[in-house]
Design a protein around this ligand. Sequence first.
Ligand code: NAP
Length: 341
Amino acid sequence: MLIKAGIVGASGYAGEALIDILLKHAHVRITGLYAKIDKPLAISELFPRLRGKIDLICKEIDIKEIINNCDLVFLALPHTVSMGVVPALLAAKKPVIDLSADYRLKDSRVYRNFYQVDHKDKINLKKSVYGLPELYRENISKANFIANPGCYPTAAILGLAPLVATEAVDLDSIIIDAKSGSTGAGRKLSQDLLFSEIEGDFRAYKVNSHQHMPEINQELGFLAQDEVRVSFVPHLLPLARGILETIYVKKSKKSKIKKGGLTDFYKKFYKLEPFVRVRDAGDYPNLKAVVGTNFCDIGIQEDGDKAVIISVIDNLMKGASGQAVQNMNILCKFEERTGLL
Ligand SMILES: NC(=O)c1ccc[n+]([C@@H]2O[C@H](COP(=O)([O-])OP(=O)(O)OC[C@H]3O[C@@H](n4cnc5c(N)ncnc54)[C@H](OP(=O)(O)O)[C@@H]3O)[C@@H](O)[C@H]2O)c1
């Protein structure tokens, strides 16, 4: 089976990564590329390295054309822009995988607080399935509308899920020290992200106020069936791609995991997962082990009633476009790793 896929937001970092993955996908043909651009432009002019690989024009969004041209649509648009496009696509019964944050937070008041705009599409917000396959594979396989997780939340939730889902951690104790490369902020111009500003520098930003914090709290809260409020400190690394999170936790008194057994416990938890690799005890993952791949690598260190978890991903792969394709594979019943290995 061959499906016709459209990418809206094709000129951005996540859109570009989607093009790369889908060009190698055995069951997909890219049939539409859209962005905000003023006049249609060959995608190979925008990205010269694509010359000879794809012969498509990137155009302004045209909903009717997208509906006619595509069986499935990836939205790699900024938040607030996505929710202007989703209703028409879903009304036309097109499966949509939205990489923006518009449909991730189930409580629209929290969305308002962290994104400073009112949610305009509360009806479809109720229908979105959070696209983290390791937790929601069954729901994704039956869904038509996926809210693809954020990059920081993907690394944090995968790093914490085994503990949070089994009451093995003190929910008040979680501290996430997160570091990301600059592509995490998108391609749009920003003085803070100029090479000469970030090169040779390392800084914290949006301490305990980053928009990904409520997403992490929401998903860990669903797992724990209890309120979760993490401490979340993002940092900007002076490099382009990759996220490394160092997560500090206190084990709970209810934990049934035997002392020194955390690594084995994580290995069992993720045994069947094609894109989570748990390192042996004492072996900690680094960015170069995952950049360019869809893997999340996890390493664990135990110290009495405390533990440190290191969780590492490529923000544009498992943190965005790789995960979006993994979701498409599940939704379309393709082998889950297709195009991703
Ligand atoms: N970057 C990451 O690591 C990452 C990870 C997870 C999720 N995400 C999410 O994925 C989405 C895309 O991220 P990105 O990093 O690829 O952003 P980006 O590099 O800034 O790209 C945004 C894309 O959206 C298009 N666009 C912007 N405003 C538009 C409008 N009003 N109408 C139509 N098209 C518009 C842009 O077109 P022009 O180029 O023509 O302006 C561009 O193609 C965002 O919601 C982001 O939060 C990103």
